[in-house]
Design a binder for this molecule. Structure first.
Ligand code: ASP
Ligand code: MG
Length: 403
């Protein structure tokens, strides 16, 4: 008996017609004899709507009640999907996280799934029932409803696949799979048939929004193969699994970009031991994530410039912390928030010499100035002026044979 976890995202269940369509997909799986655990998101836009309602009540809406509120979107989808299946004469029941239970720790809004009880659910699966479970929600040790972070239904699906020892975990969404770059911006973007966890992780944390990156991280950790596919077409999706099973003919698998970065330069800081630590320690204490760091050579041996990038919405906080930092002296601070981060990702990069130079040359051919650089084994990112984004992606996509 094959046990499948099928996860349906917000747009896949965005209307009652779509929920009926999803019910038909599940019905087909059942007619093939497969056991199905369906994990569902809230209907598209619902969670944002709920956030808005809480804001209308208060800027400091109670955390516990915020989770009760936000998790309700998934509850609606569960009931509607179960009803749609029953209407198709398919046995199905919804189970909310506290009924199963799905246990979490780590407080509210950003809780982590630590365990899921399987006995009851397995019993229903063995009785030929489809089990429908809300993504995104859990229950704390104290019995409070929790949520596990925006986009968290992916993480729920992966955790369920792991704990129930499922044969497959299929992420149904509104695109056919993972693309070599954003298909809405670059029409020649191609669907990737197979990709490793590591590459997927880089792509999803670099702005390719197909899957939540913490869910991919869990899949990598426990080696749970995933498949991303479209709810609206029968085309084959993208398989995500461990690197050994992939044979790389190309050095670069995909080009990602994000427009939520900002660059800060501190001009004229002292060039002596401890300065960098004094700059970055207070930032990290305030949960500000610093991405790239560059320190210029000091020309006078006394002072230097340090440039780094942070998320765009952290820029004001970052400048404030720097200004209040009595442990550093500098001439001035400048920033640029009209920047974008462009990254090439590929497990094949490790074994292909010259990828770095090829990327830099391509950008220079297009007259694009590189403002900062960072690298990892399978990724190369640069910061450029935001209005050059499209030009850069197009060029890189072409020179790395992805068109
Ligand atoms: N409904 C939640 C959100 O919008 C969780 C999810 O869709 O994955 O963030
Ligand atoms: Mg989602």
């Amino acid at each position: 008996m094959v046990k499948k976890v099928l996860k349906f995202g917000g747009t896949s269940v965005g209307t009652t017609e779509r929920i009926q369509h999803v019910a038909n997909i599940i019905k087909k799986e059942r007619s093939l004899g497969n056991q199905v655990i369906a994990v569902v998101s809230a209907m598209a836009g619902k969670t944002n709507e709920l956030v808005k309602l809480s804001n209308e009540i208060s800027d400091e809406f109670d955390k516990r009640e915020f989770d009760v509120l936000l998790s309700s979107g998934e509850q609606v989808t569960c009931a509607l999907l179960s009803g749609a299946l029953n209407n198709l004469k398919v046995k199905a029941r919804s189970w909310l996280s506290w009924q199963i239970p799905i246990l979490t720790d780590g407080g509210h809004s950003n809780a982590r799934i630590i365990n899921i009880h399987v006995e009851k659910i397995n019993k229903y699966l063995n009785e030929d029932e489809v089990v429908i479970i809300p993504g995104f929600q859990g229950i704390s040790k104290n019995g409070d409803i929790t949520t596990i972070g925006r986009g968290g239904s992916d993480a729920t699906a992966v955790a369920i696949a792991k704990i129930f020892n499922a044969d497959s975990c299929e992420i149904y969404t509104d695109v056919d799979g993972v693309y070599s770059t954003d298909p809405n911006k670059i029409p020649v973007a191609k669907k990737i048939n197979k990709i490793s966890y590591d590459e997927m992780l880089e792509l999803s944390s670099l702005g390719a929004k197909v899957m939540q990156s913490s869910a991919v991280q869990t899949a990598l950790m426990y080696d749970i193969p995933l498949e991303v596919k479209s709810t609206f077409s029968n085309r084959k999706g993208t398989k995500i699994f461990s690197q050994e099973n992939i044979d790389y003919t190309k050095s670069v698998t995909g080009v990602a970009y994000s427009k939520d970065d900002a660059k800060i330069t501190i001009i004229g800081v002292n060039d002596k031991p401890g300065v960098a630590a004094n700059i970055f320690e207070p930032l990290s204490k305030s949960q500000i994530n610093v991405d790239m760091v560059i320190q210029n050579i000091s020309s006078d041996q006394k002072t230097t410039d340090i440039t780094f990038t942070v998320k765009r919405n952290d820029i004001l906080k970052t400048k404030e912390i720097l200004k209040n930092n009595r442990q550093i002296a500098y001439k001035k601070i400048i920033h640029n928030d009209k920047v974008a981060k462009i990254s090439i990702v590929g497990a094949g990069m490790v074994s292909t010499p010259g990828v770095t130079y090829k990327m830099f040359r391509a950008l220079s051919d297009e007259n694009i100035n590189i403002l900062a650089i960072s690298t990892s084994e399978i990724k190369l990112s640069v910061i450029i002026e935001e209005d050059m984004t499209l030009k850069a992606i197009k060029k890189l996509h072409t020179i790395f044979d992805l068109d």
